[in-house]
Write a protein that binds this ligand. Structure first.
Ligand code: ADP
Length: 478
């Protein structure tokens, strides 16, 4: 297990006495002490990335793509070890962690595939005697800042297209989950990634990222995290006028239309809501269910939720892991209490599930009925296993409610296909699952609108975020 930074191809640490204590959220035990980087190390990362930038941009695309494909193979071979690490750091059940590792490997393959297909584009600009071309070039040094809830996949979704495009990278994982990021970097290094192309440090976020965004050599920021932090980083990024891809908070609506297949809708709600104990930015936060279906949907969802088994992600029977930390539990509790105080009805859950010798972070799957837009859980992301259900009278009302949020990342619509698709097209967000609870896919454009940010990850859209287009107007010399 790597517990040091990767800078310029060397695994380094210091003894300044500043450490990050990486803890297993299911036991609160320290699993590693990682030296906490600051401005010196941040600068060393950019220096290394700058040194590596020229040769990496000139490396033929098929070679860069082949390296990523070897990386994907290596991740899949090593999936169990990586999944153990993900579970140990962020708590999700092992089966989900293995799914995350495969999803991350897919980002490597998708970026490799798209990079191989990149061509200069000749176009007709209506200029006789002038050949006009759009040529793709790597943006340059990119800074990646990632969250704890998908510690491998979020870095892979950024590193893969950046590296495929020919950019070099300085990356900072979340303080809670640096080990998975180091493991991914180590795998890429073992597959032949040249020194300095990917540099990863963990530590004091504002110091490290502040240093990167003030450095004119860094030409792009790619960020996944909260909207509040996103705003801080965007302000800083304005100084050097750099490109930004911002994947910020979500507040997904889950709409159930009249005539929806209840089995399908309940199974979809279970899959979308309780993954990672509700701690993903595309987890539904607001269930908008047609009045005719709301009682049955709510009752069946509660029955299905009661079958989840709360427990440490490392134990095979667990299907619902702990929340990441005590602050996460407090927020969920606050949202539930607020909803109950404002007239919601508790159908199941509503509290933590004590497990002997373990921290009080296992929040029971919770279903709330009779919810409304004034409740905290309808206004902010809960980031926990809470499904608040509001009955609506029409598709129009569901669309209006869904679009009333300042966020716009994902949504789900369950119902007869044609009607559900038509509702999906009216939603102001970046991703919609139509009778589909798991739309995330490394080949698809993932990202949001409004306070959920901008830019897309995955497929050719993801690759495009790391390329700049140069226009060449070429006339024959005389
Ligand atoms: P979350 O609520 O999911 O933890 P954050 O936005 O706080 O979301 O964190 C996402 C990432 O942003 C993490 O890598 C974290 O270290 C980083 N981060 C948080 N605050 C700052 C900041 N002020 N400057 C730079 N990075 C930050």
């Amino acid at each position: 297990m790597r517990d040091r930074w990767l800078i310029g191809g060397a695994w380094r640490g210091h003894d300044h006495g500043r450490w990050l204590s990486v803890r297993d959220p299911a036991s609160d035990r320290e699993i590693a002490r990682v030296p906490s980087a600051g401005p010196d190390e941040a600068l060393a990362c950019v220096n290394a990335a700058e040194q590596a930038a020229g040769p990496w941009a000139e490396c033929p695309t098929p070679e860069r793509a082949a390296l990523l494909e070897r990386g994907a193979d290596a991740m899949e071979r090593d999936a169990r070890r990586l999944a153990d690490l993900v579970t140990a750091e962020c708590g999700k059940p092992l089966r989900e962690a293995e799914g995350e590792v495969r999803y991350a490997a897919d980002y490597l393959r998708s970026a490799a595939h798209e990079a191989r297909r990149l061509r200069d584009e000749a176009f007709d600009a209506g200029r006789p005697g002038v050949r006009t071309l759009a040529v793709h070039e790597p943006i340059g040094i990119c800074a990646a800042v990632t969250p704890w809830n998908f510690p491998v996949a979020m870095l892979a979704s950024k590193a893969a297209p950046a590296l495929a495009a020919g950019c070099t990278l300085v990356a900072k994982p979340a303080e809670e989950t640096p080990l998975s990021a180091f493991a991914l970097a180590e795998i890429l290094q073992s597959c032949g990634l040249p020194d300095g192309v990917l540099n990863v440090v963990a530590g004091e976020p504002a110091e490290i990222v502040g240093c990167w965004l003030a450095d004119p050599r860094v030409r792009k920021l790619t960020f996944t995290g909260s909207t509040e932090t996103g705003r801080i980083l965007l302000r800083a990024a304005a100084e050097q006028v750099i490109r930004c891809s911002m994947e910020l908070g979500g507040h997904a609506a889950f709409i159930v239309l009249p005539g929806a297949d209840l089995d399908q809708a309940v199974a979809g709600a279970m899959a979308a809501k309780f993954r990672n104990a509700g701690q993903t930015c595309i987890c539904p936060n607001r269930f908008l269910v047609h009045r005719s279906m709301a009682p049955a949907f709510t009752a069946r969802l509660a029955l299905a939720a009661a079958e989840l088994v709360p427990g440490p992600g490392s134990e095979p029977q667990s299907t619902l892991g702990p929340l990441i930390n005590d602050a996460g539990v407090d927020k969920v509790r606050r949202h539930v209490q607020d909803a109950l105080a404002r007239g919601a009805r508790l159908v199941c859950g509503g509290q933590t599930h004590p497990l002997p010798g373990r921290p009080d972070r296992f929040f029971l799957p919770t279903v709330l009925a009779d919810c409304g837009p004034d409740m905290l859980c309808f206004r902010e992301e809960t980031f926990g296993p809470v499904a608040p259900v509001m009955a609506v009278s029409s598709s129009d009302e569901a669309v209006r409610q869904a679009n009333a949020s300042p966020w716009g990342l994902a949504a789900y619509v369950f119902g007869p296909s044609a009607e559900a698709e038509s509702v999906a097209r009216r939603l102001t967000c970046g991703v919609v699952g139509v009778n589909e609870p798991a739309p995330s896919n490394a080949r698809a454009p993932f990202g949001g609108v409004k306070w959920s940010g901008y830019g897309r990850e995955g497929g050719r859209w993801g690759l495009g975020e790391y390329l700049t287009v140069k226009y060449l107007a070429i006339r024959q010399s005389t």
